[in-house]
Design a binder for this molecule. Structure first.
Ligand SMILES: [Zn+2]
Length: 422
């Protein structure tokens, strides 16, 4: 075995859709890449009348990071085969029961988009192994060294970094760049690239997505929001939607901090901790859980603009009508190389696939109802949520946010010691 190339990734998920037609279907993404490739994702889940919560897994943004798409393909194959055979899943010492496998396929929609940047991956696998961006030449001025956009700086979260961030936040070389020759060139506008447009399209098709993970390499980190600045839970007005703080973001322990309620922060981290435990169970490797801004394996502030995880988490805060998405970036592999051997990769497949199963389990609805009853409850809930109590009036940064801030703080300070010991 070895790493799948771009054609093999596509044929692998197509084969799964053909092999398990009642359990999954192939989705054709609408935006074709610069090199005219059409991308596909695999939608796993039994259809029900009642809207199901959804989980979106993506990888391949950074072309040189070998192994991310393979993780997604093996995850889908493992899940479908186990469901079909009525078995559980065993990844080293991390074990999932047959009923857990059944619950994922029956009760949630899992969308697997293994290779969002096929042009870049193909270039990395055939020409330049260290290629990171896509292959869009629009801003290159004909210079081959200036081709490509960093897909993971092109999402609509504080994309205009020259306005939103303190100028010195760029010093670390992680934030974003307006220079097409840079490895972190952010494109000509947010969502200017087909690769990010396709991810956005999936969020539009599956409005009930409540977990998102973007799989990257390397470091051994499970990253939670936010990535633009330090997290803080006290000042609602310091948030990415507030232009009063333009020019101040991105510096560690200075002035601005990105607001996240204590409750959201704990929930993000608890699921991260569960994924960390799933990984550790495979062969004992300890991944770190922490905010993207203080990327643990980097060791110093790592501000980012336009990154997928922040955009996915921010969608609810920019528009409370959107489903809140618990959002993660996994930086797999503690070998600390983009080009792993397949022998290095095999245990990593088990580790990250275990983490992904755990993430899916965290998205299961807490209460199970018959399909018809679920539908009625959903309609009533939606009617109240959108009409009687319109979210824009009681959104996260409004008066409702202040009320929640207080009672959640009390609730979670009291409850936290009982949840886990670290
Ligand atoms: Zn990456």
């Amino acid at each position: 075995m070895s790493f799948l190339n771009v054609v093999e990734i596509e044929s692998a998920i197509t084969a799964l859709a053909n092999q398990y037609p009642t359990l999954c279907r192939l989705l054709t993404l609408p935006a074709t890449t610069f090199e005219k490739r059409t991308s596909h994702a695999l939608h796993i889940g039994l259809s029900r009348r009642c809207p199901k919560p959804a989980v979106l897994l993506i990888s391949g943004a950074h072309a040189r990071e070998m192994g991310g798409p393979d993780i997604c393909v093996y995850f889908a194959a493992d899940l479908l085969e186990a469901y079909d055979l009525g078995t559980g899943l065993t990844y080293g010492g991390t074990v999932y029961s047959a009923s857990q496998v059944r619950a994922i396929v029956n009760r949630i929609d899992t969308i697997v988009f293994p290779d969002i940047n096929p042009d870049g991956r193909n270039y990395a696998q055939t020409v330049n192994a260290m290629w990171r961006k896509n292959r869009n030449p629009a801003s290159s001025g004909g210079n081959p060294a200036r081709i490509g956009v960093d897909v993971n700086r092109n999402y609509d979260f504080l994309w205009d970094f020259t306005t939103a961030f303190d100028p010195s936040a760029q010093a670390g070389g992680t934030l974003a760049s307006s220079d097409p020759g840079s490895n972190i060139f952010h494109g000509t506008s947010a969502f200017s690239e087909p690769e990010t447009q396709n991810v956005r399209w999936l969020f539009e098709q599956f409005p009930r997505i409540r977990r998102f993970v973007d799989i990257h390499s390397y470091g051994g980190d499970i990253l939670v929001s936010w990535g633009d600045d330090d997290n803080q839970a006290t000042t609602l007005s310091q948030n990415f939607t507030n232009p009063a703080f333009n020019g101040q973001r991105g510096l560690h322990n200075q002035g601005y901090g990105e607001y996240i309620s204590l409750c959201d922060n704990l929930r993000n981290r608890w699921t991260g901790d569960d994924m960390r435990a799933a990984i550790a169970g495979v062969r004992g490797l300890d991944y770190a859980v922490g905010p993207s801004f203080m990327l643990p394996s980097w060791g110093s502030p790592y501000p980012t603009s336009g990154a997928s995880d922040d955009w996915a988490f921010s969608r609810y805060f920019s528009n409370p009508k959107n489903q809140k998405v618990r959002s993660y970036t996994i930086e797999f592999n503690k070998v600390h190389s983009f080009q792993l051997s397949w022998a290095d990769m095999e245990p990593i497949l088990k580790e990250i696939d275990a983490a992904l199963i755990t993430l899916c389990l965290s998205a299961l609805p807490r209460i199970y109802l018959w399909d018809w009853l679920c539908l009625v409850v959903f309609w009533v809930y939606e009617a109240i949520w959108h009409r009687v109590l319109p979210p824009e009036l009681w959104g996260p940064y409004g008066p409702w946010g202040r009320v929640r801030q207080v009672w959640q703080a009390v609730l979670y300070v009291v409850a936290a010691p009982f949840r886990r010991s670290d």
